[in-house]
Design a binder for this molecule. Sequence first.
Ligand code: AMP
Length: 415
Amino acid sequence: MIKAIKGTKDILPESIRNWKYFENVITSVFNIYNYQEIRTPIFEETTLFSRGIGEATDIVGKEMYTFEDRSKTSVTLKPEMTASVVRAFIEHSLGKKQSFNKLYYISPMFRQERPQAGRLREFHQFGAEALGSNSPLLDVEMINIAYDILKGMGLKDLTIKINSLGTPVSRKKYIKLLKKYLKDKENLLSAESKNRIKKNILRIFDSKLENDIEVMKNAPILLDHLDNESIEDFEQVKSILKVSQIPFEVDASLVRGLDYYTKLTFEIISGNVGSQSALCGGGRYDLLVEQLGGEPTPATGFAAGMERILIACENEKSFNTLQTAIKIYIVCLDTNLISNAFNFAQSLRKNNISAEIDYLNRSIKAQMRDANKLNTEFVLFFGGEEFKSNSAQLKNMASGKQELISLDNVLNKIK
Ligand code: AMP
């Protein structure tokens, strides 16, 4: 039997209700903040991601779904959205049409990671990218949007962590310092962290291994070596967050996996999803547009993982969606009248009434069971003596009351 590929998941009708609810929360919050939706293709030229995300990152180094198409172009299923949005922003000169753009998306993403609870190979993210402003207000806006959506899903156990990665100049200086610190400690590090010294040294702070943590405990921290501009912006972000009464923690080891971040980075963590606890991550990326060939454009954004958020919601029992109810179930009492009964259901459907009818030649009892399962509001017993006078018995399933009604009045009665 052919099965879904490892790390991918079907979203079955029973959970679609939760997804739709979630998507509604997302779009309504983005509408309130005046963000426009953008959709980009599922695959892009591989170089977009290797240049945009960074050769040394885990995503580009080992997680991308990359293949040659029939014309020998190397293409990649998108592992994240920022590079794609920036490509579209440049390609369609969005920055020229409007100096400031606020965009959001909901999209599947693909990374060949080791699957586990909350970590998939195809997963869904929603997120935002605001391009054209270097205001720290906008960084706070990103945190607020993500937080509002998570709260909108009923989540409570949330922690916001923030850090600043400074400008590339201050980061470079700091990396020199860090390399110096690690020079005589290299042998104490795990093989992976050792490897990162050359490739992506900041990520050593991400290691969960005890030895690595011990070595990094006394390492110099980037926050102590920021340039003045980054310090000022970071202070402003903190003070606006305080005024808006958004709880946050400064986490100097929050370095995030992608190369393009500058200044503010943040993550929102749930206490309720096990080891894959980051629900959302983001930050400023002032140099990416330029790096990908556009005009210098400061920008900031975030991405959040929908599967992980839904796991957190389930664990916190944070929301309930109502079962969509069928308005009316037509039980046909006379097989000779089945076309009439079907036509009657059709006439209601054309009037925006959800109507259901039996397609399996079931007994009347079995049809009633089906109607109950579908949470039906009314059942109409179509046929019998009543049909001769163009009427039928209509049963209100909640009250159990039944009445004789002209077929011409059914629509008005149940509307
Ligand atoms: P990133 O794009 O790596 O900053 O990730 C942003 C968010 O996407 C994370 O906080 C997760 O919630 C989610 N995410 C990232 N990778 C995966 C994955 N492999 N499976 C499920 N969710 C993921």
